[in-house]
Design a protein around this ligand. Sequence first.
Ligand code: GAL
Length: 792
Amino acid sequence: MAVSIVGMAALLAGLPAAAGEARNFDAGWTFAKGDIAGAEQVATPMADWQKVDLPHDWSIAGPFDQYAPATGSGGWLPTGVAWYRKSFTLPAADKGKRVFIELDGVMDRGGVWINGMHVGHRPNGYSSVRYEITDHLKWDGDNVISVRADTTAQPASRWYAGGGIYRHVRLIVTGDVHVDGHGTYVTTPKIDANNATVKVESAIINRTTSEKTAHIEVSLTGPDGKPAGTFKGGTLTLPAGRSVKLSAEGAINNPKLWDIGQGNLYTASLKIVSDNSSGSGGETLETDTATFGVRQIEFRADTGFWINGRNVKLKGTAIHADGGAFGMAVPLSFYERRLKGLQALGVNAIRTAHHPFSPEFLDLCDKLGIVVMNEAFDMWTVAKNPYDYHLFFTDWSSIDARDFVKRDRNHPSVVIWSIGNEIHDTPYPVVAKSIIARLKPIFNTEDPSRPVTMALFRPNTSGDYKNGLADMLDVVGQNYRENELTQAHKDKPTRKIIGTENGKNRANWLPVRDYAPYAGMFLWTGADYLGEADRAGWPFISNPSGLVDRTDAVKPIGWERASWWAETPVARIGRRVTEVIDTSELPTMVGIAMPQPKGPGVLNDWTPADQAAHTEKVEIVANTPEVELFLNGKSLGRKPKNADDSAIKYDVHYAPGMIRVVGYDASGKVVTQDELKTAGKPAAVRLEAEQKSIARGFDHVGYIRVQVVDAKGVRVPDAAHKLTVSVEGAGQLAAFDNGSPTDSTVFSSPVRNAWNGRALVMVRAIDSKGAIKVKVTGEGLTPATATIDVKE
Ligand code: GAL
């Protein structure tokens, strides 16, 4: 099978700004599990291999197995060797050009062959890698690329890491003078009320045998899509075989600033133009584009984080990269839904725990105006699992770090780098300090515009504040133990401080809220994630520490957070119970929340198991100055917001019906409300499609919320009916989930139980027009249908 790549150029997803011509290379692969002998050789037959398009995470297909080598850390999902191959031809017009293959993530230890020739190997499954394949290409017939992905050695990760070529792949075609890797770097060194200085720098390598002279020409496009200025740099000599940085500086008048919640983006289109002997411009040798934002950021020792002259508390969550039921091959629409959901709770910052995410994830943060702490590593030389990256750290970390910072440094969303999470080398300060002394300059050199931190692990135990290690960082980051970090600042007020990872309790929030130097915090975690279920044990497949579950349904703890963080009015009703399954968290000895099968918590329903008269402990989480609670229309009184952000409590004599809260602003106007109704017996399935129409393609997913409801349409909160989904017409089932951390049904299954009376159907278009018809049936329930159209 030969897939011509002519015409695919630059029209599909997964094309970040790249030098030369970037062509999506995701379609038309074949895949086989197992370490097939000779799989890299062109002659090895692959007729029985499965056809796949990338991104492709083979592990998420399951099954979940309580004896899986990856253990609960890896979500009990399968691991091993997988091979991917693709045949392709190149157009004759490319002959004489240079061709590179770029892969954004191969899990794990990816090896790449072209026509049987090995072109590269990268142990780190989260790194974007680029290999030149020019010299191995055939121009008179098919070429074969083979990729080996290997997750055999286990346990190797503390969370679900996926398997295979789980991110986008592209070909990059350039001339002999081209941008050297991710060599283009755009900064805005000076910004004032009316003007921004834009500096564009691009490392250009001259692969010809003769010296060249060239300059850089830049044209800018503004957030409105209109031209925003042009400028050019001075001529420089590019000696043969050498890489030289060309640069140019220009200005933007009245720049539209990038800011939190405001994804104003500019594009710089670059041309590298040769100079002829008379000094005037000649041939265009290379082109590139870079997206950037105009914004001023600063961390200050006395007042924390500043953006565009405003002092803002970073209200962050860490998240893992998995897309729930999609595993590690995550459609953009999944990330977008998740990030918008977190923003609605007041989250303004994300920490990429604990490795490079995909470039398009950062594009999304740029677009949505979310600030990012971009993290490189979870371990250095000391293992957290026997087969994790510590095996490769010494040889590869400088390379991985440099590639990472160069790839991501143009994203305005990124405001700080983290060189490690809870690094277990710090008890050996001689080792740890020498690693910081090696890694940090890589970040500071490739990107002088942002500070470097790391998520210190029990710094007072390893002596990081006393032995100078903490002060090697531009911003001191510490996980948990908020009062210790405050003290470290009081001991030395010149320290800039940030909570790199924090608990979700009020006791973790208040020290950050009330201490100005604290730049902000990152909760563990924004969303439930696959894996890290080893301590909870089977049948936990995912870690339930999120503000939202795997399907992004907001948990009570998420509404509580919204009452502390959201800038829009919030008032939500919960009732405190002693036994709540899966959503509870109990502190462990280090103050870190771990999932517990059962414990106390809050439920957002008005359907207690006990329907007789009794007292319900109702807790209102609200950010309005005053709230009023009503039961079946009767007021139970007004109460003010508590200054210490604790919930507003009511003892309510239970009666079935409707409980309702309203939130009043300072002038006494109702600005928000919430109501809960008592559910009767389960009667029907209710479907709610979140979109009217979706486009076709990997990134486009239709989300249909499923609820088990009573005869009046009220969700039955403990309904766990077996549900069956069928999808007809122009689409197919992409995944079916219910968010339960203990349900080990594979996500491709059309049959799954409801959890808390809920589930989520995810569909993709398979035709370019028509309607996707979804039907969900449940035992003893009236079935329901929903339709999503395919956008042409
Ligand atoms: C932290 C760690 C996170 C996660 C969390 C679990 O110590 O940095 O990756 O493991 O604990 O609560």
